[in-house]
Design a protein around this ligand. Structure first.
Ligand SMILES: *Cc1c(COP(=O)(O)O)cnc(C)c1O
Length: 382
């Protein structure tokens, strides 16, 4: 089978690098000149395929990459031999030599963790200190600047740690209401205070970062040397249905194929559980995608897809490898082999991963990250 044919054989995710470029440029425009773009490419670039995304980002001049773990970091290192690669989360300390060998920067989550890194390191490990200023996930915690300082200062005595920066993560930067905005402001003030106290005690760190996508849009702060940009780079909203004031273009479209078309009569049932019964004669198309591809079963009788630019509802349960659409509106034109857009653009119609996610109580992030390995990524606009 030809490569092209194979991609269009069943289900594929189209990855549009022009859209990526558009989004990166749009974000760069709103970042303060003193703040550099750190591309968050964890989880296989949010499911988009880290190799194509990182190579394109490098070509666009992006030099900082953030990942969640060592395996991802080493993959990114192979695509970007000279970039700065930062691990946001935990690396087992016995891998400290791997970090130095690959010139990877590690987040330091606690003093105890720092001591473990020191214990296992051969060469100095580059690191940024993680503060938990209100996310409640990882990092140094303290109820006063003094409390933070007491835990952080001993780090500078560990000669196998090269402390180059400090960062924190916002919990509610995507929520625009007053209470949440105040919470974010407090988190931001806290890290700035700790940064300044460290500088005063002789440790002026090179890097300071706290903005994610949402904060970069709503409260860009020139004191940040880096902004960690994830979801908006992929063209999705941090908190749908709130819109960030940027023209974003979704990078991923998910497509599949009609395998079978039939007419059913009133009273006929579709799929497992008989959750759909036709009230009148309908035209039903079977599509070669299912929950094993990452298309959620929770979208049974809820989701919809585009065929010939027309919105068609899913009828019955989503199966492992197949699902059914009501294509009665298109009964004259729909044929096996026709392309089905599960999300993305088709002619003038668009379905976004964000709107689908909203239908079953999740976020666009989870949809794109969850598109499974068996779905080939078809990169366009290289
Ligand atoms: C994933 C992640 C980001 C990126 O968040 P977006 O909302 O996708 O911009 C930034 N910082 C940390 C620590 C993260 O884990």
């Amino acid at each position: 089978m030809e490569k092209e044919q194979q991609k269009r054989y069943r289900a594929w995710a189209e990855i549009d690098l022009h859209a990526l470029e558009h989004n990166v440029r749009a974000v760069q425009k709103i970042l303060p000149p003193s703040t550099r773009f750190m591309a968050v490419v964890k989880a296989n670039a949010y499911g988009h395929g880290d190799e194509a995304i990182c190579r394109k980002l490098w070509e666009l001049g992006v030099r900082w990459f953030a990942v969640s773990n060592l395996e991802e970091a080493i993959a990114v290192r192979s695509y970007c031999p000279y970039g700065e690669i930062f691990i946001l989360g935990y690396t087992p300390p016995e891998f400290a030599p791997e970090l130095s060998r690959n010139n990877i920067i590690q987040g330091v989550l606690s003093l105890e963790y720092a001591r473990e890194l020191q214990h296992f390191a051969h060469q100095p490990v580059r690191c940024h200190i993680k503060l938990d200023t209100g996310m409640g996930r990882i990092g140094f915690r303290g109820d006063s600047i003094q409390a933070y300082m007491e835990q952080i200062l001993p780090l500078f005595e560990l000669e196998k740690l090269s402390v180059e920066g400090i960062y924190t993560h916002f919990a509610v930067a995507d929520c625009p209401d007053a209470e949440n905005t105040a919470y974010t402001k407090q988190q931001e003030e806290r890290i700035l205070q700790v940064y300044d106290a460290l500088a005063e005690s002789g440790h002026r760190l090179q890097h300071l970062h706290f903005m994610n996508s949402a904060a970069s849009v709503t409260r860009p702060n020139p004191r940040a040397t880096l902004a960690r940009i994830g979801i908006i780079m992929y063209g999705l909203e941090p908190n749908y249905p709130f819109h960030v004031p940027l023209q974003l273009e979704p990078v991923m479209s998910l497509r599949s194929v009609v395998s079978h078309v039939k007419e059913v009569g009133a009273g006929d049932c579709i799929s497992y559980g008989r959750t759909y019964t036709a009230a009148q004669p309908r035209t039903i198309a079977t599509v070669t995608i299912g929950y094993a591809d990452g298309y959620a079963r929770l979208l049974s009788n809820k989701g919809y897809a585009l065929v010939h630019g027309c919105v068609c509802p899913i009828v019955g349960r989503v199966c492992m490898d197949q699902l059914m659409l009501d294509v009665s509106e298109l009964s004259d034109v729909v044929r096996p082999g026709d392309v089905v857009t599960m999300f993305g653009k088709d002619q003038d119609a668009v379905i976004t991963a964000d709107e689908l996610a909203d239908l079953y109580g999740t976020i666009g992030y989870e949809i794109v990250c969850g598109i499974s390995k068996r779905v080939p990524r078809d990169v366009i606009g290289v």
